[in-house]
Design a binder for this molecule. Structure first.
Ligand code: PMP
Length: 442
């Protein structure tokens, strides 16, 4: 009997007992390969000795000091590290406890920025359909996933959404990738014109779509055009790299591969690798300057800049750098994509195989030629998850939308330390799990 309100009211999940490297073991001694890093979190794998040591040391030295009284050397060092490696012009960081808080903070920074520079009428946020930015009310209002919003819709502030850059479903026959990317970005221009540029605060997007769509990378040139549109209208570009950032796609920040820098960026999961809850909102110098000249940022949480969380983030990032793990992300990401293509390239129910680095996904369809998704009510994604867990594999499936705008997909985001032997085991188990789950609904 559990006294926890789990996501599923009657949870049948195993009890995790211990973990090491890329594996978690349950209380029955069964091992699971963590091929999703939980929810794209455990970038360094589990029980890394360097992180454990850093956390012990921090706990002995200073566990907590509220940021209205003190700064700490561990928070300052992590901020220095993040800013040194941040996209062009990013100069300051605000620490938080996770991704949703980071998005809420980004929205509030954007709003207050415009008030500070004398444009208080700006109030609208534009984001994308099918996106996910977190589960708190502001983050949920920003996200464009109809199913997740529905229950809370009357409580969500007004936001506006455009279609995502989703080549598999939206590129037209004969259209080049570049032309499609430009067409998808131009939807933002049209939306801004509809709302009046002078009323818009920001455009928010995941650089590579994650939880609700499954590793959808933008078409070449998409974000360059988005950047140009935002600049022309004086609108801030907020990139949500909570899931796709911190090395997951092979570069520290996913947007490096798109050749742009955002005004505000959110990071979380891979920042602390799951060793502590931590997120952060990064901002451009011009935004910091507006606050510096104007009022204090009207925000704050009890655990901002928590020393234990910062110690975890610092230790994780040091190991990633020292061990050159982003090279492995690129190499193993390429291998994972190839193995997925070999296993599922001709699969009658896999419509798309996509991703960047160790952030890969397959999209499941009832019919490949028409790209028709499985009936969302059949919960194929939950069946894949159960079949994978039965085979000792953690993957991250998510449901298609009831409106049929996308199908069920399975996201893979293994730790950066994964090797070729494990990649083969992951793809083999996933293949068996997908076949078993599809057989249940066919
Ligand atoms: N943004 C994105 C892109 C995410 O993937 C997530 C979590 N899946 C969040 C925000 C919310 O993060 P958290 O669950 O830490 O609040």
């Amino acid at each position: 009997m559990t006294h926890i309100l789990h996501r599923n009211i009657r949870p049948t999940m195993p009890t995790a007992a211990s973990s090491k490297g890329i594996r978690i073991t349950d209380t029955n001694g069964k091992e699971y390969i963590d091929a999703s890093g939980g929810a794209a979190v455990s970038c360094l794998g589990h029980a890394h000795p360097d992180v454990t040591k850093a956390l012990h040391e921090q706990l002995d030295q200073l566990a907590y000091a509220h940021t209205s009284f003190f700064t700490t050397s561990v928070a300052e060092e992590l901020a220095d590290t993040l800013i040194k490696d941040a996209p062009d012009g990013i100069s300051h960081v605000y620490f938080l406890s996770g991704g949703s808080e980071a998005i809420e903070t980004a929205l509030k920074i954007a709003r207050q920025y415009f008030v500070e520079i004398g444009q208080p009428q700006r109030r609208y946020v534009i984001a994308r359909d099918q996106s996910y930015h977190g589960n708190t009310l502001g983050a949920l209002a920003t996200g464009g996933h109809a199913g997740r919003r529905k229950m809370f819709a009357p409580m969500l502030f007004e936001t506006h959404h455009i279609a995502p850059c989703y080549e598999y479903r939206h590129r037209q026959a004969g259209e080049s990738l570049e032309a499609y990317g430009e067409r998808a970005a131009n939807l933002l221009e049209a939306k801004i014109q509809e709302l009046g540029a002078e009323n818009v605060i920001a455009f928010v997007a995941e650089t590579v779509g994650g939880a609700t769509v499954g590793a959808i990378a933008p078409a070449p040139g998409y974000f360059k055009r988005i950047r140009e549109i935002c600049d022309r209208h004086g609108i801030l570009l907020i990139l949500d790299e909570v899931m796709c950032g911190m090395g997951r796609t092979g570069t520290l920040h996913a947007c490096e591969q798109d050749g742009i820098a955002p005004d505000i960026m959110t990071i979380a999961k891979g920042l602390g690798g799951g060793y502590q809850p931590i997120g952060a909102t990064l901002m451009q110098q011009k935004i910091f300057d507006a606050f510096d000249k104007g009022g204090n940022f009207l925000h704050g949480h009890t655990y901002v800049g928590h020393p234990m969380a910062c110690a975890a983030g610092l230790a994780v990032q040091k190991v990633i750098k020292r061990d050159k793990l982003l090279d492995n992300v690129k190499q193993m990401g390429g291998l994972l994509h190839r193995r997925l293509s070999e296993r599922f390239g001709n699969h009658p129910h896999v419509g798309d195989i996509r991703g960047r680095g160790l952030f890969q996904a397959i999209e499941l369809v009832a019919d490949r030629s028409s790209k028709t998704p499985f009936d969302a009510k059949r919960n194929l994604h939950a069946r894949v998850k159960a079949a994978a867990m039965a085979r000792g594999l953690m993957c991250y499936p998510s449901g298609g939308t009831a409106d049929g705008k996308n199908g069920d997909h399975v996201l893979l985001a293994p730790p950066f330390i994964v090797d070729a032997v494990a990649i083969d085991a992951i793809v083999e188990r996933l293949g068996d799990a997908v076949d078993a789950a599809v057989a249940e609904v066919s």
